[in-house]
Design a protein around this ligand. Sequence first.
Ligand code: PA5
Length: 449
Amino acid sequence: MNKIRVDISNIFNFVSEKDIFAFQQKIEESIKSLVSKTGKGNDFLGWVDLPDEITETVLSDINAKADFIRRNAEVLVVIGIGGSYLGARAVIEALKHNFDFLLPDDKQKDPIVLYAGQNLSEEYLADLLEVLDKKSYAINVISKSGTTTEPAVTFRILKNHLESKYGKKEAAKRIVATTDKSRGALKQLSTSEGYTTFIVPDDVGGRYSVLTPVGLFPIAVAGFNISELIRGASDMRKQVTGSYSITENPAAMYAAARNALLENDKFVEITVNYLPNLYYFTEWWKQLFGESEGKEGKGIFPAGVVNTTDLHSMGQYIQEGKRKLFETVISVEKSHKEVLIPDDESNLDSLNFISGKNIHYVNQMAERGTTLAHLDGGVPNIKITIPEVNEYYLGQLIYFYEFACAISGYVLGVNPFDQPGVEAYKKNMFALLGKPGFEKENEEIRKRI
Ligand code: PA5
């Protein structure tokens, strides 16, 4: 099996081997408690065994309903927020054609996936409804709790739109709900309306749910191979649960390196991509690590850039701003398509020295040059190499990051599976909106604005 590789050689100007290996014991304890499910937040460890426990029946149910949607809809609208949408979007955007919405009809075989319920922009929704007036479409509403405001409000609006477009009976066939197996408003509604439902397991939290139907159903509708994604995750699971050693286990190595950097005051981690279609993968990673580690006044702040685009904006800060940063570069070895730089007789742009080269080669040289420049500027970097962007390696990368995040959170001493901090804004928003039960908070907050 080809593997994802982690290289930490570019951090040793900033931390010593001793700093890294100081975490060996904590890492061993963390892996043991993840596998034996005895650590903090152990009621949310369903994701650990998921790639090997998901059944063929679940996968074929997902593929069967996805085929129905693929035959009957030009667009799938995924309604969800946070962990209930970012994983699917990360994989779909990574794999899809960059300009799928402009492909000629004879080439456009897969439904376009659009996203809603991840913001409260009225214009975004109005524009979406305008587009949906003219398209055949289906909805996948995803909410584990079934009560999150943004997706719930959005679903109300889109459900009405879908029902007036197709009638209640046909609309019900075009709605798939992914939610809790027995609790919550969405589950209740799905049962009474007869929607196809997929289950978010009790013991899997939102940001660890991409390998459940939360991520798998939209990914299958978009035309991608979910069995390959699971196979990649399962191979990575074997690797990261099979060794406690920082030198052998890539997740342990990454977790130890970033915690050593944090101890040396590097508290901002920038995930760096050189492929714009990995933008949402970084967004998924930001949620995974930000929500898992950022608590009790602890944690590394997760940020992201897409180069070479951002070298012409954020590149300045990274090269010369405050020296609290480190980078983790996701380096992709192979491009699936080739575009060559042509020779030009006049050579006015002086680029004939690279004529005949492909763009991926130039991108790789930009990556290597940037890494060294940033290193010289005081920014250590970790390199994660993946052979190519496909379902199998994305599956590996997802599981690698999930496991590394869990280890890292345990090493930091926090519960990586809760998110108490996200409640604060909800309380204020409900108070301001006048939600029944929030009368006292309403009175108090009004005095502050
Ligand atoms: O990771 C998490 O737990 C969160 O980001 C949730 O996924 C998000 O808040 C959405 O929650 P729900 O699926 O209950 O609507």
